[in-house]
Design a protein around this ligand. Structure first.
Ligand SMILES: Nc1ncnc2c1ncn2[C@@H]1O[C@H](COP(=O)(O)OP(=O)(O)O)[C@@H](O)[C@H]1O
Ligand SMILES: [Mg+2]
Length: 279
């Protein structure tokens, strides 16, 4: 645009936590939907071979012709692999079955940890075909080569966390990994945000863990917490983000609050403070 209006550059966020079942996919899909609802064109890259994000937005395995695997091996461009979801401004690059072999296949490929970063760089040049304010990468539950590709491609990392026993240890491990990737491969990378998911304030341990995480990680922990909410867990089986499934449930409200806080931190909504970085 040359009219002087602020068009934010495309920001790439890796939704990451090496632990499974903490709410990565749920957060990638529902934060993306909430950002889209706030007027931000958003793309999810489903980098988990399980393909839960793809299924969860109504794109079953038999409808996925190309996916992020084809992008990683150089068979197609990222823009070519984009599929629209039911929701305006919310697109996805799906995962396909082949992705489960990618961790091994990539090992012998040149620039094996930069393949997604390169694909994104290429895509960002095609501003007509690839016009997103945000790209959220849904990572698999490990710190293998797929997650490494996400961390090398990302401008920032965002960690969903379930407030349970040993959550803080897991998060400290993740933080060290992010710092290592930042040092060696991607100086842009920071752990920018932590969101507490599946929160149940009736459980005393969850309260205590959440307080510990806030004490340890400070302002990078979002004020918005995602409560445990049955509508959130039902929505994927209907192929919808929770906002489309039940706009008024506690889960939808929480993800909208999270999106607003996210946009404040990005400087795109008033009320945010400057971006904080974990010490
Ligand atoms: N806020 C929530 N309330 C209820 N269930 C949730 C919530 N967030 C996630 N879940 C459920 O917990 C499970 C794990 O979440 P998921 O997002 O798939 O985790 P991950 O991607 O980290 O493995 C899923 O069955 C999901 O539906
Ligand atoms: Mg997942």
């Amino acid at each position: 645009m040359d009219d002087g209006s602020v068009r934010p550059p495309c920001r790439v966020i890796a939704v990451v936590n090496q632990k499974g079942g903490v709410g990565k996919t749920t957060t990638a899909v529902n934060l993306a939907a909430a950002l889209a609802a706030c007027g931000q064109s958003t793309l999810v890259i489903d980098l988990d071979p399980q393909g839960n994000a793809s299924t969860g937005v109504g794109i079953p395995a038999n409808r996925r012709k190309v996916g992020v695997y084809d992008v990683l091996i150089g068979e197609c461009s990222l823009a070519e692999a984009v599929v629209k979801t039911e929701m305006p401004m919310f697109d996805i690059v799906p995962s396909t079955m082949d992705l489960s072999g990618a961790e091994i296949e990539l090992v012998d490929m040149p620039g094996r940890e930069r393949r997604l970063a390169d694909a994104l760089l290429e895509a960002k040049k095609q501003t007509k075909a690839f016009d997103y304010g945000f790209v959220l990468i849904d990572c698999p539950p490990s710190l293998g080569l797929l997650t490494l590709n996400a961390l090398v491609a990302a401008d920032g990392a965002f960690a969903p966390l379930q407030a349970e026993f040993l959550a803080l240890e897991g998060l400290s491990h993740l933080k060290r990994t992010i710092d290592l990737v930042a040092e060696r491969l991607n100086p842009r990378l920071n752990l920018e945000g932590i969101v507490i998911t599946m929160m149940d304030r009736r459980i005393r341990l969850a309260e205590a863990v959440a307080a510990d995480v806030r004490a340890h990680f400070g302002d990078i922990v979002y004020k918005a917490e995602i409560p445990r909410n049955v509508r959130v867990s039902e929505a994927p089986s209907h192929g919808k983000p929770v906002l489309l499934y039940d706009l008024n449930c506690a889960g939808s409200r929480a993800y909208l609050n999270l999106a607003r806080e996210f946009l404040q931190r990005e400087g795109l909504l008033p009320g945010g403070s400057a971006k904080k970085v974990a010490a």
